[in-house]
Design a binder for this molecule. Structure first.
Ligand code: TYD
Ligand code: MG
Length: 455
């Protein structure tokens, strides 16, 4: 087949150019031209064919709403984030830093699926078949019947998918796949986008469930996978500190289930193991209470989880530092200002470090109260009482605002043996919770007074 020359189109204005240029000739934007397959190389040459005959339209109410058949992967924590399992024809993108455990997780999932009678295919572009086999041995997956294809050319992968007709296929990773149609290098935005589009189309047409692996950090540091998010049905991020053994799988987008669910895993010598009681991980074990530590209950999806917030306040130099790990840095600066203005606690000349224990990332404002209490505890060198928790959002006026689903948070804390809690007034339970003394507050000063009374 004689190959026609591709064009470069601008992602900003849609203008085209026959060669790559740094600057779009039409709109003048920089670095926006990416290679695109021109329409005439596609099978349907008549661009107006689709217009000659209108397609049938149907009222929404007349369409039969068939519920999606889900195939559980056999890994409970993964199923939780997927919303119950893999969906026929569904496309899942799983992103994460290199080395975090994406290949390990998917190999384990495929093996479990294969053992439950599904037909699986693992397409590896990064490792050879032998390397994959070595990992499978290490994982204790002896005699695994998962089919492996070491291939990076899109056209061959598509042909294999059509011939082997698997139920579930994993492409590890989308950055290594390239299409013959484009001259750009594998991993470039043009290639990643084009290949993902073809694979998605194949999934929808044949009903195979496809999992795309993408190397990307949550900040989208690497170009490529970010452009895939709108194409796929589900986006999962694999996160965690490579220094700790705990890994979180988080759903960012899910057309077939709830988002913000998380699955918790521990990386062991023999692969990833689900952790069903994650609260235990995120609390560090102190024999006696230490200053600068406050436990909060955060909600991860539908699951309340206890996390320890640590703060260290120490005299700083001329420009004191504010550093946060696992919590929003801007929010920390704001909370310090609120502490000063409304509670008279000044940290202007102090370095302030805060950390969410266990490599967890907390984005909800319900952490505010715990962060402030940890900071004041560290500043005063006074530990908070034993068995103490706090949560609640703090506003700029110093008011303490309720956190969603307060009851569930409190019940989880009581279940794990916590005995006193400082919570926003609106979160105070109507019926007492056994074993838990509740101190309801509606201002920051009040929260600090309560704590002073307890210590
Ligand atoms: P991997 O799945 O290759 O990561 P990714 O595909 O996201 O790049 O995981 C690699 C890391 O996991 C590697 O540093 C070794 C570690 N590991 C274990 O600790 N135990 C195991 O059983 C396996 C297979 C890997
Ligand atoms: Mg890998």
């Amino acid at each position: 087949m004689a190959k026609e020359k591709n064009v470069y189109s601008c992602t900003e204005c849609g203008g085209t150019s026959s060669k790559w240029l740094g600057k779009c000739p039409a709109c003048g934007a920089w670095n926006t031209l990416i290679e695109t397959v021109i329409a005439s190389t596609l099978p349907n040459k008549n661009r107006f064919a689709a217009l000659t005959k209108g397609a049938e339209i149907t009222a929404l109410g007349d369409i039969e709403a068939t519920s999606m058949a889900r195939t559980p992967t056999g890994l409970e924590e993964l199923d939780r984030v997927l919303g119950g399992g893999m969906v026929e024809g569904g496309v899942v993108l799983i992103g994460g830093d290199p080395g975090i455990g994406k290949s390990t997780l998917l190999l384990q999932a495929l093996d479990a699926l294969q053992r439950s009678g599904q037909n699986t295919l693992y397409v590896t572009g990064e490792e050879s078949g032998a390397q994959v086999a070595l990992r499978a041995r290490r994982l204790g997956l002896d005699n695994s019947q998962v089919k492996v294809l070491a291939e990076i050319q899109l056209e061959k992968i598509l042909a294999t998918l059509a011939a082997a007709r698997p139920d579930i296929a994993v492409i590890d990773s989308i950055q290594t796949v390239y299409s013959e149609q484009l001259t750009s290098a594998p991993g470039s935005v043009a290639q990643v986008r084009e290949c993902a589009a073809h694979l998605t189309r194949a999934a929808k047409a044949s009903g195979v469930c496809i999992v795309l692996v993408g190397h990307v950090t949550k900040e989208g540091a690497l170009a490529g996978p970010r452009v895939l998010e709108h194409m796929v049905d589900t986006v999962l991020y694999f996160e965690g500190d490579t220094h700790s053994s705990f890994r979180l799988v988080r759903a960012i987008k899910n057309r077939f289930g709830a988002v913000n669910e998380i699955g918790v895993f521990a990386m062991t010598e023999r692969g990833l193991k689900g952790v069903s009681n994650p609260s235990a991980i995120f609390l560090s074990q102190h024999e006696e209470p230490v200053s600068g530590s406050c436990v909060m209950v955060t909600l991860e999806g539908t699951r309340p989880m206890l996390v320890e917030i640590q703060a260290l306040v120490d005299s700083g130099g001329p420009s004191p530092r504010r550093l946060s790990v696992g919590l929003d840095k801007d929010r920390l600066a704001m909370l310090l200002a609120v502490l000063h203005r409304h509670a008279g606690v000044a940290c202007m000349d102090q370095d302030v470090f805060v950390n969410a224990v266990g490599g967890v990332r907390i984005s909800e404002p319900a952490a505010d109260l715990a962060v402030m209490l940890a900071i004041t505890s560290s500043l005063r060198g006074k530990p908070l009482p034993k068995g103490f928790i706090a949560f609640g959002e703090v506003g700029l006026a110093g008011e303490v605002r309720p956190a969603p689903r307060g009851q569930e948070r409190l019940k989880e804390a009581a279940k794990l043996g916590f005995s006193s809690a400082v919570v926003p007034k609106a979160n105070a339970p109507r019926k007492p919770i056994e074993g838990l003394t509740i101190h309801a507050v509606d201002r920051v000063e009040q929260a600090l007074d309560v704590v002073r009374g307890l210590t």
